[in-house]
Ligand binder design. Structure first.
Ligand code: NAP
Length: 515
């Protein structure tokens, strides 16, 4: 018997004791800086000559490690191992598989500060955000372990007196898991272990900006009793290893989280039936967002401004759920705008190793250049009212930036920027606000701030996003509480951390025996 699922509490950094533990962890992990990390294929450590250099985005000179890089040949080797291991792993006891996840969660919980400190350095996350990432990783393990126990005997079907019918779920085969850098721990761990606990074997290709945390997860899973070859760790360039494995005829499914551009590419390539391929590949694809907070005229305006600022600038706006547009009723537009500017100007930003900073850097030079490019576009499309400056001399820092009076069809209102930039626009009434909120090709998260019950009900039906929040910000979904995933070009709405997630990694089998 396992205790009922409850999400992992966040660490209270207002307590001196916790601050001291975190400072100590940040010191302790320095001993690992510059280390080499091998690939792991079939449990074997493989060092390659070609390496990924991993740096702290807040301080480019701080090299966190050198990670071996897989290529097509090593990817094929990993595929062979995963394919072979599947023959036995698919028959493994679901209780045993769930047990690995529960033990892994316990190991991470014991070393929570150490993992969180690592995320501060590898992901450039402020303490609070890094702690939430670690907590979410633990949540995924605890939740998916329990979900596996729930579905292990399949679902009830009817039988007749002459026959005995059964319906249960079996694994698919080798899954390719491709993860992003933003929730470098939680999403990577969640997508990997969902695939593995359901009896599939896995090829794990983490984002090239953040591959070390994935190596650390491998160590945890091994310590928790995962047999060799079940998850194989093959970091490497998405364009080479990713493309190659998406197209591999032995890949049975792809679980991807990342940008719309790469997601749609994977979707198209996975659809092509390759020579020797005997199935249609399944794809679980979660992509970007252009998430909106709608502010009505009958609303708590302080809550509205706080929700916009927190959702736009938490982790430098690098969340798929981040608020990148606010649509505000014209009656209260000026008030909300002024308060958003005030709150934004109060935010501190700098090296996230220092807990005084609300915001840290963006992830790398490419992100920095892209976001600064959008800031230039924003200057043409709206009025820059806060921020707008960047500094990439030491790390990749961009000030929290607000554009006001932006038209609903402007590029900064339509395209995912994935940085600390929010656009404000005016609506003449609530109907128009919802219309604008729905006017992108995405449909991930959204929020409505209003005290008008009718408008809440209207939004419940008409605001077309996978995760809709009322009278709060649009980020911070919790595993098991707010299953997460989006509509339209935000992805396949797989709802990570929800009750339907695991069976997408399985197929139903009906057995009917005559009596
Ligand atoms: P990305 O550039 O699409 O990369 C995601 C992963 O795909 C990385 O591991 C990347 O490897 C790999 N990749 C790149 N090209 C590939 C290819 N041709 N074939 C196969 N794999 C390939 O996204 P990102 O910048 O890491 O993450 C940010 C994006 O993720 C944003 O759009 C954000 O909204 C989205 N996101 C969505 C969710 C959600 O739940 N909907 C959650 C988090 C993030 P390399 O690193 O080696 O290029």
């Amino acid at each position: 018997m396992v205790v009922p699922y409850k999400h992992e509490p966040f660490t209270d950094f207002t307590l001196e004791e916790n601050r001291e533990k975190m400072e100590a962890a940040l010191k302790q992990i320095e001993a690992d800086f510059g280390k080499e990390y091998p690939l792991i294929i079939g449990g074997e450590r493989i060092i390659t000559e070609d390496k990924i250099k991993v740096v702290n985005p807040a301080n480019k000179d701080e090299v966190l490690g050198f990670v071996s890089k897989s290529n097509k040949k090593l990817a094929d080797q990993a595929m062979e191992v995963a394919d072979e291991t599947f023959k036995t792993w698919r028959k493994s006891d679901p209780n045993f598989r769930a047990g690995i996840l529960f033990r892994a969660a316990a190991i991470i919980r014991r070393r929570k500060f150490e993992f969180t400190a690592h995320l501060v350095k590898e992901g450039g996350k402020p303490w609070k955000e890094a702690d939430a990432d670690t907590a979410e990783a633990i949540d995924f393990l605890e939740y998916y372990g329990r979900q596996m126990l729930k579905i292990k005997n399949g679902a009830k079907v009817n039988s007749r007196p002459i026959e005995h019918n059964q319906f249960h779920y079996i694994p698919l085969g080798v899954g390719l898991v491709i993860s992003p850098w933003n929730f470098l721990f939680a999403i990577m761990a969640g997508t990997t272990t969902a695939a593995m606990v359901t009896g599939n074997t896995v090829l794990l290709k983490p984002a090239s900006a953040t591959p070390i945390i994935a190596y650390k997860l491998m160590e945890v899973l091994e310590e928790a009793g995962m047999p060799k070859g079940v998850v194989n760790y093959i970091p490497g360039p998405g364009s080479e290893v990713g493309d190659h494995l998406v197209e591999h005829p032995r890949t049975r499914f792809v679980s991807f989280t990342g940008s719309r551009e790469v997601g749609t590419r994977i979707f198209e390539r996975a659809a092509v039936v390759q020579k020797g391929q005997i199935w249609l590949k399944r794809t679980i694809i979660e992509m970007g967002g252009k998430d909106t907070i709608v502010v009505d005229n009958e609303a708590d305006l302080e809550l509205a401004a706080e929700s916009i600022v927190q959702s736009a600038f938490g982790f430098s706006g690098q969340k798929c759920s981040a608020c990148s547009r606010a649509v505000i009723h014209e009656d209260v537009y000026e008030q909300v705008k002024d308060r958003v500017i005030e709150l934004t100007n109060e935010l501190t930003h700098g090296d996230p190793s220092d807990n005084r900073h609300f915001m840290g850097p963006v992830i790398d030079q490419a992100a920095y250049d892209k976001i600064m490019g959008y800031i230039e576009i924003g200057k043409e499309e709206g009025k820059l009212v806060a921020g707008g400056e960047g500094d990439d001399s030491k790390g990749w820092f961009i000030k929290p930036t607000v554009f006001a009076d932006v038209g609903p069809k402007a590029r900064i209102m339509q395209e995912e920027i994935f940085g600390p930039v929010v656009a404000l626009t005016k609506a003449k009434d609530f109907d128009e606000a919802i219309e604008i909120a729905n006017n992108t090709e995405y449909g991930l998260t959204g929020a409505v701030i209003t005290n008008n019950r009718e408008h809440l009900e209207q939004a419940r039906e008409d605001f077309h996003v996978g995760n809709l929040y009322f009278n709060r910000g649009c980020t911070a979904a919790i595993v098991g509480y707010q299953p997460f995933g989006g509509f339209n070009m935000s992805g396949t709405d797989s709802k990570a951390g929800g009750p339907d997630y695991l069976i997408q990694h399985m197929q139903g089998k009906t057995t009917s025996e005559m009596l």
